[in-house]
Structures are given as C-alpha cells and as structure tokens.
Write a protein that binds this ligand. Structure first.
Ligand SMILES: *[C@@H]1O[C@H](CO)[C@@H](O)[C@H](O)[C@H]1NC(C)=O
Ligand SMILES: *[C@@H]1O[C@H](CO)[C@@H](O)[C@H](O)[C@H]1NC(C)=O
Ligand SMILES: *[C@@H]1O[C@H](CO)[C@@H](O)[C@H](O)[C@H]1NC(C)=O
Ligand SMILES: *[C@@H]1O[C@H](CO)[C@@H](O)[C@H](O)[C@H]1NC(C)=O
Ligand SMILES: *[C@@H]1O[C@H](CO)[C@@H](O)[C@H](O)[C@H]1NC(C)=O
Ligand SMILES: *[C@@H]1O[C@H](CO)[C@@H](O)[C@H](O)[C@H]1NC(C)=O
Length: 382
C-alpha cells in the first residue's frame, strides 16, 4: 500500500539474498550426525520399527521434554531418545520433535544410527541400546561468523561460567539436568545454557558437559557465540537471551503459567505491539517517502534506499545469521506483510544484538528503539 508491490518484492529478494549469503557462513539448524554405520533396506522390518517409533514421539513430546523408547527386538530393534531444551513449552517441544523426525528421516535416510539437532531440541536413534550410556565422541561445535575482540579473556569467562553451570545441572536433579546463567563481559551480558539427557547419571552429565566445554572452547572461543552439539548433552552461549530469562518483562508471574498458557499471552502481547508499531512505522515512512518523492524520482529513491541497506549489510556484519529466512521457515516469513527493511533496521538499531530479546518461532524478536527511550520497550517480530 505504501510502496509499489514491485519495490516490496525487490526488498524481499534483497533480504533473502543477504540471508542466503550469510547462510553459507553460518547455517541454521537442523544439524545432523549420520555416521557411516550399517544401513537398512527400504521396506525392511527395521525401517518399519523405526517409522513406528519415531512417529510416536511427538505425542510423548506434548507431555514430556525428555523421553526414551524402543520398538522391536534384536536384530531389528530400534532405540530412540529425544530432549527438548527446558525453556520451551511442551507444545513447542511437540512441534520441534515433529520437525526433527521429518529431518532425521530425510537427511540420514537408510542409516541405522543417527542424531539431529534442531533449534530447541535433539533426537537420536540407533539399532543398539544406548540408554544411560555416555558417548562423547564426534561432538560438533558451531561458531558464529562474528569474532570477539578479546578472545583470551572471553574464553576464560565463558569457561568459568560453563563450569559453574555444569555443577548446577549435574547436582540438582530436580532441575532436569538443565542450567542457565548470565555473566557480564565488558559490560555486556553473556547468556549461557547447559543441558544433559536425563538418562545419564549426574557423574556422566558432568563428564559430557566438561568434554563439551573443552571442545567448544577449542573450536569456537574467538566467536561471539557458539553451540556444542553432543549426543547426550548440549551447550550454548550468546550475547542475547536465546532462552527465556526470569526477568523477562513478558513472562508470567507464576511458574506453571509461564510453562503453559503464558506463552500465548506473551505472543499476543508481542503481536499486538508489533502490529501497532508496524502501522506507525509504515505511516511515518509513507510521510517521509511522499515528501521525498516530490523532489526526487522514484528510481533515485530506490537507489538511495538500497545503498543504505548495503551499508547496513556490511556494517551489521551479517547479523542475519540467526534469521531463518530459508528452508522451512521461508514460507512463514512470506506470510508477513512487507515492512520497509530500512525503517525496521533503524527502529531496531540495525538489528543490534542488544535489542534482540530472543528467538521466537517466527525468528528473532527485537526491541524497538523509539525517540523517547522506553525501558519496557516495544517489540517487533521479523
Ligand atoms: C529408499 O527409497 C527412497 C525413496 O522412497 C530412495 O530415495 C532411497 O534411495 C531408497 N533407499 C534404498 C537403500 O534403496
Ligand atoms: C508415549 O507415547 C506412546 C504412544 O503414543 C504411549 O503408548 C506412551 O504411553 C507414551 N508415554 C508417555 C510417558 O507419555
Ligand atoms: C529409558 O531408559 C532407561 C535406562 O536409562 C530404561 O530403564 C527405561 O526402560 C527406558 N524407557 C523406555 C520406555 O524404554
Ligand atoms: C577451564 O577451566 C578449567 C578449571 O579451571 C581448566 O582446567 C581448563 O583448562 C580450562 N579450559 C580452557 C579451555 O581454558
Ligand atoms: C562461579 O562460581 C563461583 C563459586 O560459586 C563464583 O565465585 C564465581 O563468581 C562464578 N563464576 C562465574 C563466571 O560465574
Ligand atoms: C534445584 O532446582 C529447582 C528447580 O529449578 C530450584 O527450585 C532449586 O532452588 C534448585 N536447588 C538448588 C540447591 O539450586
């Protein structure tokens, strides 16, 4: 309505282009481990057991964030286990496990043992019974394209933080072998998370995480954020709260509510605020654009807008890496109205990490910077 639809399309293409560029440097999940293990034939009994077992897991995920189950008997038996990160709701866990089942079957087809890691959950199956057995080989580190300025200091702070969290996760069994924490690094908070699969003993959880810490600091300590994917544990740290923090202004006051209905209230608040802001932004940009149009040809206008975007792309150092603009999520992104990227970029302070509130099902959530600084903040989903 504001910009012609071709201009809107142009911007959309550009956004997808930037997202694809950055995707080559930092690919989004799913991540898989499909080792060169034994393979199974199509229509075999093993495949039948695997299909049945994996497709039953989303049902369990709707009531529990961790579950292990098996189907069939040796030599065609299948063992499977999933873990959702503790900060998501059961509803989100169910969706995550459904995606994981689809992805593991597609990406590791005809392999008798495999693991997949999604944004918020992981799923593993094997023809061997691995329940309660620790395997810390073949860990996978995932770093961020952006580098940290003082890697040695950073490494030491991250190491201490993760070791503290490991103690917490492995000692407090009522916390589901999960722990998160925040520490300051050069006046910016680092958010860190560790979690083990609950079939492990406390001691094995600790061993799994200590190996994960050594591995992630080995591969990725120069990067501003990283994750470590292991068969029986997971860790991640970032300069933004990718998990829900306790003092989140949108989380409900009581624990039970925050785990269930709280999510819906939160989404509604965010969506309502986002819509109101989108309208304000669109009106404001219309006004300025119309004003500009009187003195400039539309073509020139587009060129200048694109120049801004190019600058932003360079200066922003590909901060799009967490945006899921490709694959399964691309369709979702297209369902949203076209909002001027330049306005959005300015409003979110060039999508700055400090304005990022977290990663929602629709992509990252940013706090909007308005003329008058409002600590409660307004929020926009992109
Ligand atoms: C099994 O079937 C799928 C398609 O249905 C095919 O892509 C795949 O190559 C087959 N695998 C084997 C081992 O025959
Ligand atoms: C898991 O799902 C299966 C099949 O839907 C069901 O039989 C089983 O009772 C569930 N287990 C739990 C703990 O929910
Ligand atoms: C899950 O694993 C434990 C061992 O860690 C085992 O005792 C239990 O029977 C398993 N559950 C299922 C449903 O297979
Ligand atoms: C992390 O800290 C522990 C204990 O202080 C130390 O043994 C280990 O070498 C440190 N790891 C790294 C990668 O710095
Ligand atoms: C780790 O825990 C120790 C003891 O509880 C505490 O003194 C220290 O500040 C913690 N370090 C970090 C980086 O959280
Ligand atoms: C253990 O975890 C529970 C649940 O998260 C928490 O309420 C409790 O304070 C923790 N206990 C200790 C000693 O950290």
């Amino acid at each position: 309505m504001v910009y012609s639809s071709s201009f809107c399309k142009y911007i959309q293409l550009l956004v997808i282009g930037i997202a694809c560029l950055s995707a080559t440097a930092f690919a989004d999940p799913p991540y898989t481990l499909c080792p060169n293990s034994a393979s199974y034939a199509n229509n075999s009994l093993f495949q039948n057991n695997l299909d049945t077992l994996l497709h039953s897991l989303p049902n369990n995920a709707s009531v529990s964030k961790f579950y292990n189950a098996s189907s069939g008997n040796i030599p065609d038996g299948v063992y499977s286990l999933y873990m959702c990160l503790d900060y998501i709701t059961n509803e989100e866990c169910k969706i995550c496990i459904s995606d994981a089942v689809e992805d593991i079957m597609r990406l590791c087809s005809n392999i008798k043992a495999a693991v997949v890691w999604e944004e918020n959950c992981q799923l593993r199956y094997s023809n061997q019974n691995f329940f309660g057995k620790l395997d810390i080989t073949e860990n996978i580190g995932k770093d961020n394209v952006q580098k940290i300025s003082q890697p040695e200091n950073f490494k030491s702070v991250v190491n201490k933080t993760l070791i503290n969290l490991t103690k917490e996760a492995a000692s407090n069994l009522s916390a589901n072998m999960y722990a998160t924490g925040e520490v300051q690094f050069e006046n910016k908070p680092i958010y860190a998370l560790v979690q083990c699969t609950r079939d492990l003993s406390a001691n094995d959880c600790s061993r799994c995480l200590l190996k994960a810490i050594a591995d992630v600091l080995g591969c990725c300590f120069t990067s501003i954020g990283a994750r470590l994917l292991s068969r029986s544990c997971y860790l991640r740290y970032e300069f933004y709260s990718f998990y829900r923090v306790d003092h989140d202004p949108f989380s409900s006051s009581t624990d039970s509510e925050a785990k269930g209905g709280g999510r819906n209230i939160r989404m509604t608040v965010i969506l309502t605020t986002a819509s109101a802001l989108a309208i304000t932004l669109l009106s404001a940009s219309t006004y300025f654009l119309m004003k500009k149009k009187r003195t400039q040809k539309r073509k020139n206008d587009i060129v200048s807008q694109l120049a801004t975007i190019h600058n932003f792309g360079e200066r922003g150092d590909l901060k799009f890496h967490h945006q899921k603009s490709h694959g399964r999520n691309e369709k979702k992104a297209e369902e949203f109205p076209c909002i001027d990227l330049v306005s959005l970029s300015m409003a979110t302070d060039k999508f700055s990490e400090s304005n990022k509130l977290g990663q929602g099902g629709f992509g990252p959530v940013y706090k909007i910077q308005s003329g008058v600084h409002n600590s409660a903040g307004a929020h926009v989903l992109i």
